[in-house]
Design a protein around this ligand. Structure first.
Ligand code: SF4
Length: 363
C-alpha cells in the first residue's frame, strides 16, 4: 500500500539506523511529544536500535491522558443529567474520574453513546429531538476543526439539541510551559505529524528561535521516526536549532488553512488545565460568544463535586517526561489495561499502556 509499505522496509530502516550510529557522538535527549509516536517507538523496538548516546523521553501528547480529572468529572456529571445523551469517542469510556467513569455511569443507566465522528453525534441529535446530545470534545488541533464544522452544521440546519463540552487542548503552549518549567533538559523534539498537518511546522518555530531546541515533524511509521531521529542527530552534532519536516507527505509549513479558519471561526483560545502540568494559558479552546448556546457547560452547569486524584498514580510526572511507567509502583500489578488506575493505562496512546503492551523489559 502506497505510503505504508515503503515505510516498513527493513533494509531502508537498517540503513538509517547505521547512519544514526555513525553520526551520533554527543549525548542527547529527544522527546516524542505524541502518544502515537510513543507507541511506534515501543512497538517496533526503536529505542533498542539507537546508540547509547540517544535517550528518548515520552511527552504529554495523549489527549485522553492529559484531560484533567476535574474536567473528566464534568463530563461524567453531564452524563448523569436526565435527558442528556453524552456522545464520546470510545477511548474515554474507561478513564477513571474522581468517583466514577463514563462506563460506570452507563452501567448505572446513564445514556453514554460511543460515536466515531461528529457526524454520528449530529445524527443522534436529528434522531432524538427530545434529548440533548452533548459531544465530548477531547483532542488536540487535529479534532477541533471537525467539531467546529459540526457546530456550524447544527447552526445551518437549526438543530437546537446539539451541544459540545470543549476540553480541547492546543499543543504549542504546553511545550512552551514544559520548557519554561526547566524540569526536563532536552536536545530535540519529535513533533506530532497529525497536529502539524493542521497547524503547520511554522507553529513550532519558537522551540528553535526562543529555546535553541531543534524540532522535526514526524509521521507515524517506524521509518518516519528513524528519519526524524537522524535529522535531530544531524542538527545536534552541528550545534544547530531548526524546525524541519520529515513528514512531507502530510505536513506543510503553513498547515491546513481551511481547517484553521474553521477552528478559529468557532473557538477561541482560553486557559486549560492539563493533568500533572496544571493550568496553561491559551492552551485550551472555548466556544466564541456567538456560539455559546452550543456550550454544554454553560447550558447545563454540571456539578462534578470535589476532585480526587487516583492514589499512587504518577501519570502527571510521566506526562511531564520526568518519570516513566516503570517508576510507578502500581504499574503492571495493580494497574493494567483491564483494570486501569490512571488514564495513561487506558488510552491506546498512553505511555503506561504502550509500556505494558510493548515495553517488554519492565519486569
Ligand atoms: Fe497511573 Fe497506572 Fe500509569 Fe501508574 S501505571 S502511572 S497508576 S496509569
Amino acid at each position: 500500500m502506497k505510503f505504508i509499505d515503503e515505510f516498513h522496509r527493513s533494509e531502508l530502516a537498517q540503513g538509517v539506523v547505521r547512519q544514526i550510529h555513525r553520526n551520533s557522538t554527543k549525548k542527547v535527549r529527544f522527546m516524542e511529544f505524541c502518544g502515537g509516536h510513543t507507541v511506534t517507538i515501543l512497538k517496533h523496538g526503536i529505542r533498542q536500535l539507537l546508540p547509547p548516546t540517544i535517550e528518548m523521553l515520552s511527552g504529554p501528547g495523549c489527549p485522553v491522558c492529559v484531560t484533567d480529572n476535574a474536567d473528566l468529572d464534568k463530563a461524567i456529571a453531564l452524563a448523569q443529567i436526565p435527558g442528556v445523551i453524552l456522545a464520546t469517542f470510545g477511548d474515554m469510556l474507561k478513564v477513571p474520574g474522581s468517583r466514577s467513569s463514563l462506563q460506570k455511569v452507563r452501567a448505572e443507566g446513564g445514556d453514554v453513546r460511543i460515536v466515531y465522528s461528529t457526524t454520528d453525534a449530529l445524527q443522534l441529535a436529528r434522531k432524538n429531538p427530545e434529548k440533548s446530545i452533548t459531544f465530548l470534545g477531547i483532542g488536540f488541533e487535529t479534532t477541533a476543526p471537525t467539531i467546529a464544522a459540526s457546530i456550524l452544521q447544527a447552526e445551518q440546519e437549526d438543530i437546537n439539541n446539539y451541544y459540545a463540552l470543549s476540553l480541547h487542548k492546543l499543543c504549542p503552549p504546553v511545550i512552551k510551559a514544559l520548557l519554561d518549567s526547566g524540569e526536563v533538559r532536552l536536545n530535540g523534539f519529535i513533533l506530532p505529524g497529525h497536529v502539524s498537518a493542521i497547524i503547520g511546522s511554522q507553529a513550532w518555530e519558537f522551540t528553535a528561535q526562543d529555546y535553541r531546541i531543534p524540532g522535526v515533524v514526524s509521521g507515524f511509521e517506524p521509518l518516519d521516526v528513524l528519519q526524524c531521529v537522524d535529522m535531530l542527530v544531524s542538527q545536534a552534532e552541528r550545534g544547530e536549532a531548526r524546525v524541519e519536516i520529515a513528514y512531507r507527505r502530510g505536513v506543510r509549513p503553513e498547515g491546513n488553512l481551511r481547517a484553521l479558519e474553521l477552528m478559529n471561526q468557532v473557538f477561541e483560545p482560553c486557559p486549560a488545565r492539563w493533568r500533572g502540568i496544571g493550568e496553561v494559558p491559551e492552551s485550551g479552546l472555548k466556544l466564541r460568544k456567538e456560539f455559546e448556546h452550543f456550550d454544554a457547560e454553560l447550558v447545563f452547569a454540571p456539578d462534578p463535586g470535589p476532585t480526587l486524584e487516583p492514589k499512587g498514580c504518577i501519570c502527571g510526572e510521566i506526562l511531564r517526561g520526568i518519570k516513566t511507567p516503570k517508576d510507578c509502583k502500581l504499574f503492571a500489578n495493580i494497574c493494567t489495561p483491564e483494570s486501569p488506575v490512571g488514564p495513561c493505562m487506558v488510552s491506546s496512546e498512553g505511555s503506561c499502556a504502550a509500556y505494558y503492551l510493548y515495553g517488554g523489559d519492565y519486569e
